[in-house]
Design a protein around this ligand. Structure first.
Ligand SMILES: Cc1cc2nc3c(=O)[nH]c(=O)nc-3n(C[C@H](O)[C@H](O)[C@H](O)COP(=O)(O)O)c2cc1C
Length: 365
């Protein structure tokens, strides 16, 4: 007897949630938060429009003021921010959806103009990234960071724990810890950015310590069934390098398996770019080390998603850019209908244009 292979449109049990399909909306920063970095009513409308996804993951949201690296990104650390997000999660749930919050600290990918008191951004080591951030409505070089003191690291872990509690208070179904794309937790992981000589630098075990402490704290706070993790083992995003990503991520995933987060979300290749930047990297070796849900992302269309699900190489597939331009992406994929084109000029900042005004199938443009 042959077993039917999984399809994108099959339901999936994720922790205590039943997802109606395997299609996930990837986290997408849109720089439209209201003053105070609060998610607005327009943001609630945007996510509710996309609620037919099996799971929505919110745009990255800073866990503390120092964790912000781009203008007008929402936070999850003040009462106003929690209230703003509560209106979003209510709207998504009313529309029949499910949503996780992506929790980030940008580390060195920031600018003094966004930091409390105009201070330097923080990082594992005082090494400036050769990249830009988005401040004052333009792309600007990131600032020189300062190295975090050893005595400050428990405060970072505590901020993630508090953010997890706030996430649940805001009505989210769970939290995705952002350890991808060259932000703080990724900076600690990689020997290109982490030159520390204490217990958080040097060996792979030491570089993975902060991430594992954060995951343990967040899981302790809200329960493993409500905690996911995002990684991007081979992306060059935000000028981050590592001498041996395979050994590093084999170790990270193996250790995470013991903590049992509900999913690991893996960006395959260069984020938003080629999938084959590191052809020798063995993603299957990571998957073999994790017994929970495996979510993949980067450059997927329906054919590629069908292929990886059929091959058992993923349980869930996240789509980023297609969800910006297609609020009804699930229906379009189901019907093999054409997709709306992405308007690159309205990705970061602005209002409803390019945010909540993309047409659904059968509606006028
Ligand atoms: C406008 C934009 C904003 C993004 N913001 C985030 C973010 O907040 N957090 C994150 O982990 N990835 C972010 N990404 C990366 C996407 O989640 C995704 O990994 C990438 O777009 C590749 O998937 P795709 O080919 O389906 O678009 C962003 C990408 C874009 C285009």
């Amino acid at each position: 007897m042959t077993e039917r292979t999984a399809s994108l449109f099959d339901p999936y049990r994720l922790g205590d949630l039943t997802l109606p399909n395997r299609i996930v909306m990837a986290p997408l920063t849109r720089n439209r938060a209201a003053p105070g970095n609060v998610a607005s009513a327009l943001t609630a409308e945007y996510y509710a429009q996309r609620a037919s996804a099996g799971l929505l993951i919110s745009e990255a949201s800073q866990i503390m003021p120092e964790g912000q690296g781009y203008q007008d990104t929402p936070g999850i650390h003040s009462p106003e921010q929690i209230a703003g997000w509560k209106a979003v999660t209510d709207a998504v749930h009313a529309a029949g959806g499910r949503i996780f919050l992506q929790a980030w600290h940008v580390g060195r990918i920031s600018h003094t103009s966004l930091q409390p008191g105009g201070k330097a951004p923080v990082a594992p080591s005082a090494i400036r990234a050769n990249t830009k951030t988005f401040v004052n409505n333009s792309f600007t070089d990131v600032s020189e960071p300062r190295a975090l003191e050893l005595s400050e690291l428990p405060g970072i872990v505590a901020a993630y724990r508090q953010a997890a509690a706030n996430t649940i208070a805001a009505g989210f179904d769970g939290i995705e810890v952002h350890a991808a794309n060259g932000y703080l937790l990724d900076q600690f992981l990689r020997d290109g950015a982490n030159k520390r000589t204490d217990a958080y630098g040097g060996s792979i075990e030491n570089r993975a310590r902060l991430l594992l402490e954060v995951m343990a704290a967040v899981i302790d706070e809200v329960g493993a069934k409500r905690v996911g993790l995002r990684i991007s083992p081979v992306t060059p995003a935000n000028d981050l390098t590592d001498s041996n990503p395979q050994a590093l991520f084999n170790y990270v995933v193996e250790k995470l398996d013991a903590l049992k987060p509900v999913y690991i979300h893996v960006i395959e290749g260069a984020t938003g770019g080629p999938r084959d930047v590191a052809p020798d990297f063995d993603f299957d070796a990571l998957r073999r080390r994790f017994s929970g849900t495996w979510m993949t992302n980067n450059g997927y269309d329906r054919a590629l998603a069908d292929q990886v699900l059929a091959a058992g190489k993923a349980d869930l597939v996240a789509f980023g850019r297609p969800f910006i331009a297609n609020p009804d992406l699930v229906e379009r994929l189901r019907r093999n209908a054409p997709l709306n084109e992405l308007d690159r000029d309205t990705l970061y900042g602005g209002g409803a244009k390019g945010y909540t005004d993309y047409p659904k199938l059968g509606t006028a443009a």
